[in-house]
Write a protein that binds this ligand. Structure first.
Ligand code: SF4
Length: 623
């Protein structure tokens, strides 16, 4: 028995509609990659045919939990979806989500699911403890994620909380860039566009119910450790500012979004208007004071950043939106195109979640289009008559509809984002890293976070924790930021492998020793240390890079960053200052501390050997 782990992986071949289980990998591999992102990337590196492209049937789509998922560890609700990145030709993609899906999968007895092939007709997968079934999903095709969750539960004869459903909406069905997977209404995995890959496989949803438990090796020691971790959730670690969980608890974004505005980080009007960002944050918080906020915690979560929001006044009075906990969804869905009416902000965010498109992608794309229109780069002639003046809610919702249906002007926005921007003559306006969206805030005042978005191995995403960096980040100078980014990535990517939410880790007192001890007591690996944990994180960074290099990454790709992100902000604390002149030095220093070749960005042989990753390098042809 593999303590801490479910001891099976579920395999699904959608070409033949065959499903089977296989044992989890041996302990020596688990200790190296742990679970979550690391283990999923390990499978991806091993099983992806050379030369295959994202969305090809033979490329696996991998759902992975982690040894702490579904246990009493704090916020043990995380799963990751890994495949080739749909928006970056050489990168792997990894999107995280929370809710109840991961815990149910673990309780059903599966550590992860590896899906290959593609179905001819839409199907959905049912996992009900030991019962596995692929069912016809034709009746749900064309429905949004909200309705799909509801209809599938009804078809399964289940109460609302008995099954957890992860599914795609119309964006995934249309295989749009930015398409996400949603589950449990308030949660979703977006980075890498995994919804588009589910769409390519004609897999509409995965419904899961699990009634078992996770076997723990040293139960008393484990429970003591996770109790201490939980007690520390809102206490800052040494050298950190307030933990994110302390800011965002019980739908904290509705009270604290001003934090983003004060730091000049609110993503509005395609990152052109700091003052509008302040007004945007204030409008949101003022409205939320009047409306009804109901925290919606994920499995075993005391933070509960996610929330339902019932609008009680204005155009959308009576509507209840299911929100995740961050600011990205409403900054991306509304702020980036200049919507400031709070009801419209919420309606747009819920629309994106329903059709299943990630707000970071939507915000980057639509922010570029709206700015191009407002600057006269494109006109009503180009847009088919749509008036894309900043904040025009009606025109915007029509444009999104056109995009999903691949028709009219919206139909021209469905390709690769950089190609779309180039075709519109607006390439310089596109907020992107390597052709994909970022976590949609304005990172220009925060150089370490911006560098981390640029070098992140699965496309721009959160790979370091904010509270540990914040004080230094206010100094807009290079300092030791490249080295801090690498250190931060090691810690964050270790945490991404555990099956717990990042908000239960970010800035939390003693989280590194507590998480390492949680894994040691859960698995029975009594000699597992903090150093082992950080080495797992470092291996995960290198897995991402080795896969990218094997697929054609070169150092010049590191500097494929939208011009807008490297311009100085025109207002706020970083007005007039840009990281751009320092970027090359920062990347070179990051490579040096990572043990990567400074000319190619490839891990050196000595690094591969030190991390005991020769097998992965061999599979990928990097000998
Ligand atoms: S902190 Fe938020 S995202 Fe994380 S597990 Fe809790 S409710 Fe879910």
């Amino acid at each position: 028995m593999a303590y801490g782990y479910a001891d099976r992986i579920l395999r699904v071949d959608l070409n033949t509609h065959r499903t089977w289980t296989e044992p989890l990998l041996p302990t020596e591999v688990l200790r190296k990659y742990i679970g979550g992102t690391g283990l999923a990337l390990y499978y991806l590196a091993k099983e992806t045919p050379a030369g295959a492209k994202a969305g090809d049937p033979e490329v696996p789509l991998i759902f992975m939990t982690g040894p702490l998922a579904g246990t009493r560890a704090p916020s043990s609700a995380n799963y990751v979806v890994v495949s080739l990145h749909y928006d970056i030709p050489y990168a792997p993609g990894a999107g995280h989500a929370h809710g109840f899906w991961a815990a149910f999968l673990k309780h059903a007895g599966y550590e992860g699911i590896i899906i290959s092939g593609a179905s001819e007709k839409p199907v959905y997968l049912v996992i009900d403890d030991n019962r596995i079934e692929l069912r016809d999903a034709q009746a749900f095709w064309g429905h949004g994620t909200r309705e799909t969750e509801r209809l599938i539960k009804r078809e399964l004869g289940a109460e609302e909380d008995q099954f957890s459903v992860a599914c795609i909406g119309q964006a995934g069905e249309a295989r749009l860039h930015g398409a996400m997977i949603k589950n449990d209404r308030n949660h979703g995995a977006g980075k890498g566009s995994p919804g588009a890959i589910m769409g390519c496989k004609k897999l509409k949803a995965i419904a899961v119910r699990g009634t078992g438990d996770v076997a723990i090796a040293h139960r008393d020691g484990f429970l003591d450790t996770v109790a201490q971790w939980e007690a520390n959730l809102f206490v800052a670690d040494e050298g950190c500012t307030t933990p994110l969980g302390a800011l965002w608890h019980d739908g904290g974004m509705t009270r604290q979004h001003k934090v983003m505005a004060d730091r000049g980080m609110t993503a509005v009007k395609n990152l052109t208007d700091y003052e509008f960002g302040r007004a945007f944050s204030q409008a949101y918080m003022d409205a939320c004071k009047e409306w009804i906020v109901t925290p919606k915690p994920s499995y075993n979560c005391k933070i509960a950043c996610a929330y339902d929001l019932k609008i009680t006044s204005g155009q959308f009075a009576g509507f209840t939106a299911s929100m995740c906990g961050g600011g990205e969804p409403f900054e991306g869905a509304a702020g980036m195109i200049g919507v400031i009416d709070p009801g419209q902000m919420i309606a747009l965010t819920d629309l994106y979640d329903d059709i299943g498109i990630e707000a970071g992608h939507g915000g980057s794309l639509m922010g570029m289009v709206f700015e191009a229109y407002n600057r006269g780069i494109i006109t009503k002639e180009d847009t088919g008559g749509l008036d894309l003046t900043w904040g025009n809610y009606e025109a915007y919702t029509e444009l999104v509809q056109q995009m999903i249906e691949r028709r009219d002007f919206g139909g021209k926005l469905t390709g690769d984002m950089k190609d779309v921007a180039r075709a519109l003559g607006a390439e310089d306006l596109l907020v992107h890293v390597k052709g994909a969206s970022i976590n949609i805030h304005d990172w220009r005042p925060r150089w370490a976070k911006l560098l981390s978005q640029i070098v992140a191995g699965t496309g721009a995403c959160h790979q370091i924790e904010s509270p540990r960096l914040h004080t230094d980040e206010l100094k807009r100078e290079v300092g030791d930021k490249p080295e801090k980014v690498f250190d931060g990535q090691k810690k964050k990517l270790w945490e991404d492998n555990l099956g717990v939410c990042m908000f239960a880790c970010s800035g939390v007192k003693h989280v590194l020793p507590l998480a390492a001890k949680s894994v040691a007591t859960a698995t029975g690996w009594n000699d597992f240390t903090e150093e082992d944990a950080l080495r797992v994180g470092e291996r995960t960074i290198n897995l991402m890079r080795l896969i990218a290099v094997s697929r054609g990454f070169t150092k010049s790709n590191e500097f494929d960053v939208g011009k807008r992100l490297l311009e100085a902000p025109t207002g706020g604390p970083a007005a007039g200052v840009t990281m751009a002149p320092h970027l090359e030095e920062m990347v070179n220093r990051y490579y040096a501390v990572a043990g990567w070749d400074v000319n190619s960005g490839c891990p050196k042989q000595a690094t591969i050997k030190r991390l005991d990753m020769e097998d992965v390098a061999n599979w990928l042809g990097i000998a």
